[in-house]
Design a protein around this ligand. Structure first.
Ligand code: HAM
Length: 414
């Protein structure tokens, strides 16, 4: 028997319904905030991610799915931000539209060790607002994330925010960390010892307990922020307070990707265990320029859909449109059923039939399994009279309806 690749999942119809519901709710909220959908390819040139996410990040170092041919190396996208910025520049959206608010839904790929909430193919629902450096943009993006979680009926999450400051501030932060960690390097895990040399900020992302303890013992707060970045950060907090969005300032939140500047945030949920982030994002004011575009500020976030669904309490109600189920008794009635179904579908009425030659009783059971609202029975008698027997599955009532009146009758009911 063939098995799916570890860290991937099959979404069977019952579960797909929950996904569709989440997607529907998301599209609705995004459009209320005036974000437009963008779809970019699943594969990109590897250099795009090396450059944007940072050579020393966990994703670039260990987690990229690569596709190599003679000349090129492509990567399955591990996230959406880099691709969207690439697309923004390549399609000259800076010239045609300028400031733009985009959202996206789709699969991402990271070669990780699979565990609860950590997959190799997972899905993002996210957004990117490109072309603004205003703190009000940060406030809107965080408020949007909060609105989405409320729309999904997810409770018990916590929003953590921090500011990394501008490039200079990030360098100051790195110097502070290097100084603070200097005499503690031996207590760090081997990966962090390498990070200490290459990109010390990444030590703060490490999940290793010993490294966490060392990081938590440092006193860094926001001392590295310049005046402008401090003002920006306090404006963001002021806005979140005004909108009654609960958050916590977390000085150790640096995010695992190099493109971030100024505001970063992460949303965690207690139900998730070790992989507790349901979503995260932040500002990336240098990325558009670094990838060859103009100097434009940008801000966004992404939720992990699988993790959202692990925390959705209560799960979205399971409700599918009730279908009409046709049961034909005898060969002649099968063709008549096909014609009736074709007419019903043209009139927008969802319907289906039994294709397995079941007995009336077994076909009725199948209608029940399909959560049919109505059953139409077509046998020899009905054919002679030019009618069908219509059974209301809710009330159990049954009556004959002329075939000419059937659509009208069902339109009144469904
Ligand atoms: P990220 O923190 O790498 O950020 O991913 C965002 C979310 O995706 C995480 O909080 C988590 O819920 C989910 N996630 C990440 N990896 C996995 C995995 N292996 N399995 C299941 N879920 C996962 C980004 O990707 C940024 N592009 C977000 C962003 C948008 N920043 C600015 N704009």
């Amino acid at each position: 028997m063939y098995k799916r690749v570890p860290g991937t999942r099959d979404l069977l119809p019952d579960e797909v319904y929950l996904w569709q519901r989440l997607e529907q709710l998301s599209r609705n909220i995004f459009s209320i905030y005036n974000y437009k959908e963008i779809r970019t390819p699943l594969i990109e040139d590897i250099s795009l991610f090396n450059r944007s996410l940072g050579e020393s990040t966990e994703i670039v170092q260990k987690q990229m799915f690569l596709i190599k041919n003679k000349e090129d190396t492509y990567a399955l996208r591990p996230e959406g931000t880099a691709s969207i910025v690439r697309s923004y520049i390549e399609n000259s959206l800076d010239k045609s539209t300028g400031f733009i608010k985009l959202y996206y839904l789709g699969p991402m790929f990271r070669l990780e060790r699979p565990q609860k909430g950590r997959l190799r193919q997972f899905h993002h629902i996210g957004c990117e607002a490109i072309g603004s450096r205003s703190p009000e943009m940060d406030i809107e993006v965080i408020a949007l994330a909060d609105s989405l979680l409320k729309a999904y009926s997810i409770e018990g999450y916590k929003i953590k925010i921090n500011s990394l400051g501008c490039d200079k501030d990030k360098q100051k932060l790195a110097a502070l960390l290097r100084k603070g960690l200097e005499d503690k390097v031996d207590s760090l895990c081997p990966d962090c010892q390498a990070r200490f040399k290459r990109n010390v900020l990444r030590v703060l992302d490490c999940k290793n307990e010993a490294c966490r303890q060392v990081a938590n013992s440092l006193d860094i707060r926001q001392s590295y922020l310049c005046g402008d970045c401090l003002t920006h950060f306090s404006r963001v907090r002021q806005g979140l307070d005004l909108l009654d969005i609960a958050y916590e300032v977390s000085p150790f939140l640096v995010r695992g990707l190099d493109y971030y500047t100024r505001t970063v945030f992460e949303i965690i949920h207690g139900d998730l265990g070790a992989q507790d982030a349901i979503g995260a994002g932040g500002r990336y004011d240098n990325l558009v320029n670094e990838l060859g575009g103009p100097e434009l500020g940008a801000m966004g976030f992404a939720f992990g859909v699988e993790r959202l669904l692990l925390t959705a309490h209560p799960a979205p109600a399971k409700k599918q449109p009730a279908i009409v189920y046709l049961i034909s008794l005898g060969e002649e009635s099968k063709l008549i059923s096909l014609k009736i179904m074709s007419d019903l579908r043209r009139a927008g009425i969802a319907c289906d039939t039994d294709y397995e030659n079941r007995s009336l009783k077994a076909a009725m059971r199948k209608a029940n399994d399909n959560q049919a609202g109505y059953v139409l029975i077509i046998g020899e008698d009905e054919i002679k009279k030019g009618v069908v027997t219509l059974k209301d599955m809710g009330s159990g009532e049954q009556k004959e309806v002329s075939r000419d009146d059937l659509i009208k009758e069902l339109q009144l009911k469904t």
